[in-house]
Design a protein around this ligand. Sequence first.
Ligand code: HEM
Ligand SMILES: *[C@@H]1O[C@H](CO)[C@@H](O)[C@H](O)[C@H]1NC(C)=O
Ligand SMILES: *[C@@H]1O[C@H](CO)[C@@H](O)[C@H](O)[C@H]1NC(C)=O
Length: 508
Amino acid sequence: MIREIAYGFAGLVLAITVDFLFGIRDDPREPPRLRPKIPLVGHAIGLFQYGTGRYSSRLSQRTDAEMYTLGIFHVKVYVCNNRRLVPLIQRSSKTLSLRPLIQLGAKKYAGANDETYHLFGRKLADEFGDAQTSALSPGPHLDKANLRMGKQLIVELEGLLDIPRGMSKTIKLYKLVKDTVVQATGSGIYGANHHFRDPVVNDSFWKWQPYLAAEMTGLGLFTAKGRAARDKVIDACRKYNESSIEDAAYVVHERHRVLREAGISPDEIAKRDATFPIAMFANTIPTLYWAIWELFSRPTILKEVRDEIESRAVSGSKQDGFVLDVAALKSKCPLLLSMFEETQRTRHIHANTRAVLSDTLLDNGKYLLKAGNYLLVPGRPIHSNVGIWGPSALEFDPYRFIPKKGSDREAVTPSAFLAWGAPPHLCPGRQFASTEILIALALLAVRADLQPSRGSWEKNPALNYGEHAAIESPKRDVDIEVKVRDRWTGDWSLTASESLSRIPLASG
Ligand code: HEM
Ligand SMILES: *[C@@H]1O[C@H](CO)[C@@H](O)[C@H](O)[C@H]1NC(C)=O
Ligand SMILES: *[C@@H]1O[C@H](CO)[C@@H](O)[C@H](O)[C@H]1NC(C)=O
């Protein structure tokens, strides 16, 4: 026993010494080190256990430094802890680059071969990103995808509200949101005959997801089951390409075009197709889940939101059918939009990650970031900063994102709202995803009553720290009693008027 303690102690002394020695070689202009509680390995364990976003957000509470350094053996992870630096980081995007991480993702997530991996280390990564961004920006192509997605939301809601008059039914909310988002997003992006309609593909996709973190960290040894599930998804992508791709959104065709022109083989393209739904589903699901939670747990806000939607975005009648005007939803329902963005602000847990490609000076030489290391920009410390959001920064304010005239609150600048990532790498799907969430919330608010079977909405529902999406995930699903609002039963349809209308998101 004594011997074990002695060994343990010697190990600790050694670790602290090594940690210190790693620190000695730092340039004085590098951000100050934040020592881990467990020497040497503490930060590595923390990052693995909590994920980059959650761990760096926790650490940021421990220090006032604008930027600090985490040592992980010989690698340094710099953490940005002040919004002031975000635009400066953006300006240095040539050397503080996302590209190596996109490249690594291509290899690790779906097993791209060496050739594809090398191509993604060159300009292909940028061309691929640009093609996605332009194919998903407002215009006729996005309108078509939005309309297909919205129609599927109506179908899903019909299923949910198929309840005998005066009765209720009980559902699991997270499962409902998950299935709804998969079907609606799948329909919008891949077309009405998308492969996620097949329960085997849906099932395989979700079986594969928990293995992604292990693949990324090189613990691929334990991922045989995950890979078997993944290969079914890749296979389904090949078959989909043969049978149903005609109907797909422009973004799917554009992705194929760019990859084909770069000389990438059909098999490798299918692998890229298999990973696209990770971006499509992973964040929309928890965001919609929490948005429903925040809305339905506030009766007075729910009433205001219903009034707003019913008076500005819904026309028609029980007899002739109701029509939801998507353009009005985007631009004339500020409280609904504010509820959605406040949900994003408070539930966001992502850290934008950049690789330092060459030594980079930030802020007129105040900070030196050295080549070969990484930079994290966690959103949460910025989203909860009192200097930016006022004394209510830590509270949920339903009205926060409603533009106010003559307010003394600092206007929300894009660098203070990182729910969609940090420029220049904002989520290309943000208009599509926001449209989906607004339509889903509006239909639910107007057509349904939702109440937890146990009586009330929990104040602080437990979180699942194992999920590494950009948004927190709940630890447990919740049973919800669903009732129909009779006044609004009837046929529902959508109009999606002017095509260049853009939701005025705080991120730009
Ligand atoms: C509420 C829903 C969503 C949120 C909060 C969200 C958030 C994000 C964030 C934070 C990033 C940047 C990741 C980084 O650079 O570290 C990102 C990237 C991306 N998102 Fe979204 N996203 C959502 C929905 C979607 C949807 C529906 C699509 C597709 C239709 C999509 C497609 C993408 C793509 C293609 C990327 C780029 C990935 C890459 O460059 O490798 N996202 N998203
Ligand atoms: C999709 O897969 C999830 C996870 O395996 C499962 O909970 C859900 O019921 C499936 N949905 C459909 C429509 O098959
Ligand atoms: C998709 O199908 C077309 C037509 O059969 C083929 O030329 C192309 O290589 C396929 N692409 C993929 C990714 O399978």
